[in-house]
Design a protein around this ligand. Structure first.
Ligand code: NAP
Length: 159
C-alpha cells in the first residue's frame, strides 16, 4: 500500500531552498509515529535536506545519479522503489515535490497536515483532486506548543 505524507502551507508551499519553513513539534511527532517501522521513499533532494537516514525505517532514495548513500537503498525510479516491498506493506512517500507528483496518483492513503498560514517558498505540493479522497480523520490545533499558527492533521483514503 502506498501512502503519501506531507505538510502543506495554505498557499501550497512545502519548502524553500531545500529546507522546511516551519517547525511544528506535534506534526514531527505525528510523522515519526506514523512512519516508524515502515519503509520511507524520498527524492534525493529531500534526503539531502534531512542529512541522514531516518532511524527505524528502511530509507529509499530516488536519484538519476550513480550514488551510494550509507544506510539507504538507492534506486532510479519510484517504480523501482515500490518494487522493493510487498503490496501489503504500508510504504510512505515522504517527498519532495517531484516525488509527490509521481506518487500521488498511485497512493491509497494520504496523510496531510494543513498549515493554516501562507509561506513564501520555491517548492509546492502538486495540485490534487479532493473529490478522489475521503477524509477519515482530522484533528485541528489552534496553535502548537511552540508554533503560533493553527494547523490540522488529516488522513484521507482514496475513494
Ligand atoms: N513539507 C513537507 O512535508 C516536505 C516533505 C518533503 C520535502 N519537503 C521539501 O521539498 C523540497 C524538496 O523537494 P524537490 O521537489 O525539490 O526535490 P525531491 O523530490 O526531494 O528530489 C528531487 C530529486 O529526486 C530525483 N528524482 C526525481 N524524479 C526522478 C525520477 N523520475 N527518476 C529518478 N530520480 C528522480 C532527482 O535526483 P538527482 O538530482 O540526484 O538525480 C531529483 O533532483 C525541500 O524544500 C524539502 O524541504 C517538504
Amino acid at each position: 500500500m502506498v501512502s503519501v505524507i506531507v505538510a502543506v502551507a495554505e498557499n501550497g508551499v512545502i519548502g524553500d531552498k531545500n529546507t522546511l519553513l516551519w517547525h511544528i513539534s506535534e506534526d514531527l511527532r505525528n510523522f515519526k509515529r506514523v512512519t516508524s517501522g515502515h519503509p520511507v521513499i524520498m527524492g534525493r533532494k529531500t534526503f539531502d535536506s534531512l542529512g541522514r537516514p531516518l532511524p527505524n525505517r528502511t530509507n529509499v532514495v530516488i536519484t538519476r545519479q550513480n550514488l551510494e548513500i550509507e544506510g539507504c537503498k538507492v534506486v532510479h525510479s519510484l517504480e523501482e522503489a515500490l518494487s522493493l516491498f510487498s503490496p501489503e506493506e504500508e510504504v510512505f512517500v515522504i517527498g519532495g515535490a517531484q516525488i509527490y507528483a509521481e506518487a500521488l496518483p498511485l497512493a491509497d492513503r494520504f496523510y496531510l497536515t494543513r498549515v493554516h498560514h501562507a509561506y513564501e517558498g520555491d517548492t509546492s505540493f502538486p495540485k490534487w483532486n479532493e473529490s478522489e479522497w475521503s477524509l477519515m480523520e482530522s484533528e485541528r490545533f489552534e496553535r502548537g506548543e511552540k508554533y503560533e499558527y493553527p494547523f490540522t492533521i488529516e488522513i484521507y483514503e482514496r475513494i
